[in-house]
Design a protein around this ligand. Structure first.
Ligand code: SF4
Length: 95
């Protein structure tokens, strides 16, 4: 199973394109109840930073398109398949 992960949160520019894409896929208007939320904050040096909150149900959407829409390449798709399990199952089927 594949899932979307926040790989480079520090690159987020707060553009909210990911939020809009999520809502578009759900055919919702506005950002209320979105499965992705962007929070604006300030760091110790008074620089604006953004943090991202994602509901796990986001993985039911077209995550490829969500990764693609982010101009800052914050997201990645990870596969939760474990290659080690595959190796083990091969061993048990050997002659
Ligand atoms: S699309 Fe990317 S840069 Fe824009 S708010 Fe979402 S995560 Fe941040």
């Amino acid at each position: 199973m594949k899932k979307i992960v926040i790989k480079f949160p520090e690159k987020c520019t707060g553009c909210e394109l990911c939020v809009l894409e999520t809502q578009r896929q759900l055919a919702k208007v506005g950002i209320e109840g979105s499965l992705i939320r962007i929070f604006r904050d300030k760091d110790n040096a008074d620089q604006i930073t953004f943090s991202i909150e994602m509901d796990p149900r986001i993985n039911d959407l077209n995550i490829k398109s969500l990764v693609k829409i982010c101009p800052a390449e914050v997201f990645e798709i990870e596969s939760s398949d474990k290659p080690n399990n595959l190796k083990e199952s091969k061993k048990t089927h050997g002659n």
